[in-house]
Structures are given as structure tokens and as C-alpha cells.
Design a protein around this ligand. Structure first.
Ligand code: IPM
Ligand code: MG
Length: 356
């Protein structure tokens, strides 16, 4: 099969980790007889430097015309002084919205070989961590009107949060479908004791649940959810929640698995084209030093193979190559423990490639 992949290297460690993911995709193409071609789509701070905007139209076109999109990470202190409408992150938000990617899926699974890196008490970790955060990605506070203004002799600011029923319904369906293929439990997270958007969220999720009598539905307030994720993560199967809550809870969920550097994510809308990225940021403090962990991005490429290209065997091959590298004691700095062998970004990529 021939596929065109738009590649957004981005900023900080983005280019290094994307290189290793492409190396792994090339190894897959060779082994399984596919042809992957890559088209560069500059986005983020680097695009501000060269084009003056975080997401040039040409990059958006490249992404919209590709079969799928692979992204490293965007942003960094260099662009902190940009006006808020021209920050690197705005490029990412515009891309998510223009591609209609309303569902973001972030698995939180503890690799058994990394149990020692889990920051939770060992009796809690022993119960296992294997759940998925399904985050609504193109609504809510992120996409409401943002204003900063002068009133009563001081500066004020406002960000509008709104949701429509159809926006809740479509992401809820994804969560219920996913729970059916897993352990059959959806936990919908909201703040319905305070927010109208949350009350609409809860009502709509309950309506969708009627089509899934075989799936158990629980509701949880977001503050309680943040606490339960560290108290007993084994209670969760699929968490579904709105944009900002999902942003926060998915960072928490990834960290309890041992390292945020290991976790991939997929963003999808209707159809098979998606955006695949690690959930960590651009880590400017270690950029260009060959210290980054490429595994999150490599596993994101595996998700692309599975969900956008329907290449399950190929995705399995990548995931098992990562497992084998971990079993062999190979570690990047963020997951180094005990007598593991420390590798840089390039060497880790090469070791995983060699196991495809
Ligand atoms: C994420 C990131 C982004 C978000 C930023 C970079 C805009 O934190 O993908 O979780 O908040 O969605
Ligand atoms: Mg985030």
C-alpha cells in the first residue's frame, strides 16, 4: 500500500523524535512491502520564524491532502512573547479544528518492564494501570472567544466555554464504542455541580448510553477524578471528558504510568485521516542533545498504522519491537532505573528499528 504522511517536526526535541519515528516507519514499509512518502509541513515556533505565522496555509494544505499526519511537538520559551493569537500552540489548535479532529485518544498503560518507574505506591501499581482518556478536542474553553479588556480601571480577561449536544454526542459515541472493545466501562468526567456545560454534557452522555446497554456508565466530578486516578487507577477503563479537563487529566494519567515520554496519542474526526503525536511537549531544555525519548512518537506512528491505515500486523510489529527493547533493559534518561542501559534518542530509534 502507498501512503502519504504529512510530517510536522515542530520545535525543541520535535525534529529528533520524528526522525526516529520515520526510521521505524521505513523499516515497516520495507518489511511489509509498503511505500510511505513524507511531506514536510512546518508548524509551531519554527514556522513563526520562517513564515511569521504558526500554521502557514501551505502546511495546512499538506495536512489536509495527506493520508495522515505525524507530529513531534511545538512551542518553547523563544516564542513566549508572541501575542496570544500567534503563539506556536495556536497552530496546533487551528490544525485540529481545520481537520475536524474532535476525538483525542490517550492511552494510559503501564509497561510491566517499567513498573519501577511508576510513582504510585507499589500495592496500588500492582493492581495495574490500563485505561484510556478520550478527550473532546475542538470545543469548550479552547475554542470559545478569548478577550482581554480594560474595565473599571483595571485589566480583565474572559474565555468563553460552550458545548452543543452534537459535539458531546459524537465524542461520547467514540468512548462507548471503545469501551465495548475493552472492559465495558465508561467514566464520564464533568463538573455538573457547578457548570451548565457540564450538565449538558452529562445529559447528552446519558442519552447516548441508551444505545449501549452492555456498557456500564459512571459519572465523576473532575476534582474527584483527579484524586481517584492516583488513589486507584485500576477502576478506570475509558474516561470521556471535555477539552480542558481532558488536557489536565491526560497529563496526570500518563505520569502515573512511569513516564510521559512513552505515551502516544491519536486525534481523529470522521474518516480515517488522523493526527498522531506523543503527548509530551517540546522539552527545550534537552533539545538537540540526543537525550529525548522517541518511544512516545514511535508508538504514535504505530497508532497511525493501526487506525488510519488499517495495518494491524504492522502496528503490532512496532509495539512488540518497543516491548522487546524495554525487555532488553534499554532505556532513555526519563525511564532509566536500576541497571538499565542508557541510550540516546538515535540509538533507541536504531534498537527499535532493528527489532521490526
Ligand atoms: C496537549 C497540549 C496542547 C493542549 C497545547 C500545546 C495547546 O498541552 O496536546 O495536551 O493544551 O491541547
Ligand atoms: Mg496537554
Amino acid at each position: 500500500m502507498n501512503k502519504t504522511i504529512a510530517v510536522i517536526r515542530g520545535d525543541g526535541i520535535g525534529p529528533e523524535i520524528v526522525n526516529e519515528a520515520i526510521g521505524v516507519l521505513d523499516a515497516v514499509a520495507k518489511k511489509f512491502g509498503h511505500g510511505f512518502s513524507y511531506q514536510e509541513a512546518p508548524m509551531g515556533g519554527c514556522a513563526i520564524d520562517s513564515f511569521g505565522v504558526p500554521l502557514p496555509d501551505s502546511s495546512l494544505e499538506t495536512c489536509l491532502n495527506a493520508d495522515s499526519v505525524l507530529l513531534g511537538a511545538v512551542g518553547g520559551p523563544k516564542w513566549d512573547a508572541q501575542p496570544s493569537a500567534n503563539r506556536p500552540e495556536r497552530g496546533l489548535l487551528k490544525l485540529r479544528s481545520a481537520m475536524g479532529l474532535y476525538t483525542n485518544v490517550r492511552p494510559a498503560r503501564m509497561f510491566s518492564d517499567l513498573a519501577a518507574a511508576c510513582p504510585l505506591r507499589s500495592d496500588i501499581a500492582a493492581r495495574g494501570i490500563d485505561f484510556v482518556v478520550v478527550r473532546e478536542l475542538i470545543g469548550g474553553l479552547y475554542f470559545g472567544e478569548h478577550t482581554t479588556f480594560e474595565a473599571d480601571g483595571e485589566q480583565k480577561a474572559a474565555d468563553v466555554c460552550s458545548y452543543s449536544e452534537h459535539e458531546v454526542r459524537r465524542v461520547a459515541r467514540v468512548a462507548f464504542d471503545m469501551a465495548r472493545k475493552r472492559r465495558g466501562r465508561v467514566t464520564s468526567v464533568d463538573k455538573a455541580n457547578v457548570l451548565d456545560t457540564s450538565r449538558l454534557w452529562r445529559r447528552t452522555v446519558e442519552e447516548v448510553a441508551k444505545d449501549y446497554p452492555d456498557v456500564e456508565l459512571l459519572h465523576m466530578y473532575v476534582d474527584n477524578a483527579a484524586m481517584q486516578i492516583v488513589r486507584d487507577p485500576s477502576q478506570f477503563d475509558v474516561i470521556v471528558t471535555e477539552n480542558l479537563f481532558g488536557d489536565i487529566l491526560s497529563d496526570e494519567a500518563s505520569q502515573i504510568t512511569g513516564s510521559i515520554g512513552m505515551i502516544p496519542s491519536s486525534s481523529m474526526g470522521e474518516g480515517t485521516r488522523g493526527l498522531y503525536e506523543p503527548i509530551h511537549g517540546s522539552a527545550p531544555d534537552i533539545a538537540g542533545q540526543d537525550k529525548a525519548n522517541p518511544i512516545g512518537t514511535i508508538l504514535a506512528a504505530a497508532m497511525m498504522l493501526r487506525y488510519s491505515f488499517d495495518m494491524a500486523a504492522e502496528a503490532d510489529a512496532v509495539e512488540s519491537a518497543v516491548d522487546q527493547a524495554l525487555k532488553a533493559g534499554l532505556r532513555c534518561g526519563d525511564i532509566l532505573n536500576g541497571d538499565g542501559k542508557l541510550l540516546g534518542c538515535k540509538a533507541m530509534g536504531a534498537e527499535i528499528r532493528a527489532r521490526i
